[in-house]
Design a protein around this ligand. Sequence first.
Ligand code: GLC
Length: 433
Amino acid sequence: MHSQEQAKKILLDNNRGGYTIPSPRLYPFQWSWDSGFIALGLSHFDEEKAFSEIRNMFKGQWSNGMLPHMNFHHIDPAYFPGPELWSSNECKWAPKDLPTSGITQPPVYGFVLAMMADKFWGVNHSFDVLVNEMYPKILESHRYLYDFRDPYNEGIVYIHHNWESADNSPVWDDSLARINLTEARDISSLRRDLEVADASQRPTNDNYNRYIHLVDLFRKYQYDDKAIFENCPFLIQDMLFNSMLVRSNEGLIQLASLLGKDDRIIKEWNERSVTSINKKCWNDKDKFYYDFDLRSNELIRIKVSGGLMPLFAGICTTAQAKDLKDSMMKSFRAGGYTLCASCATDEPRFEPLKYWRGPIWINMNWMLYHGLKRYGFTEEATLVRKETIDLIEKNGFYEYFDPRPTTSQNEKHLGGNSFSWTAALYLDFVHNL
Ligand code: GLC
């Protein structure tokens, strides 16, 4: 079957009536940033499905504005951690009729809808209705971040769980290591992911105990952000998350202008974010953006692909953009590595097969492509797009890929198969050639 047909089939097979699961067996619910990318892919061949993907995601939004990272529209006992871990039904802000997780994920809906608007606004009536309906909800999800996750009013929001961004990124090892495991549960026997994916490509049990311990803490504080801020050992101002927030603000500003809404607050947030990120997270010696650890009060100087995402968001100056492009070609590319590893290949913590510690992720490549193009690096943007399309066409629609030059071209596939955002962004790449 032709790859485009295969991609569409994956998205249709993974559809559960109104929303799409990221991957059969491995991820059987609705995830927030996944659904944004999935909606973009769907919009190329089934716009009604794309629109309902977004509507169904926002059904999980909490009354404090937070968009949870998972909606449990149905029960699936084959997955851990399911709704019982989060107990959202006991939280006063969570929806009463839909169990959700209790953390968020990088904001995507501002830019997803803005990108779709280029094609559908004023042309497709159901799209205009969707934008009218979603705009205030997306705005509230950003307001939540600026009101509750930015205690110093810097315009840089923090994540309080690693699942809110690049999962087991090496950037957070030291912060997670501060969690005292003697107080944590051992949940290794509850894990179900290892039945579907190879343990060498997944987070370790020790890590998982830390992740669950953080959730236990959030439940104990009844998801009160002030209490979590005061007590959580893990508080990171993350570059991937904040870049996506800025790009999503930009999308919201575009939508506000279509709708004739007042966009002053979004512009204010955004200017503060851009200024502070450049002041606090740019390291002029290394010419790179790093995450900031709010507990140890320092930059975490490990190069990961999240540090390239200011390109996507338009946060950097032309000179900084060139530095980032050079870093990409040197630290992520030198030696013939395929673009773009999730961790720089010259970092001691780089692990080519382990999830977010080295493998290539298609959503990151897609954002990198748009970022490079934005700053006029056409040659490098074309390279990223070409390598992404090749990876998928030679290996299939996998979750992540081995970047090493020594691995043969068609043996680079890792993690879950039939992965929805890989299929969706593949379609977006080929439609925008
Ligand atoms: C994994 C990824 C996360 C993604 C989820 C569903 O947990 O780390 O980014 O949203 O799977 O695909």
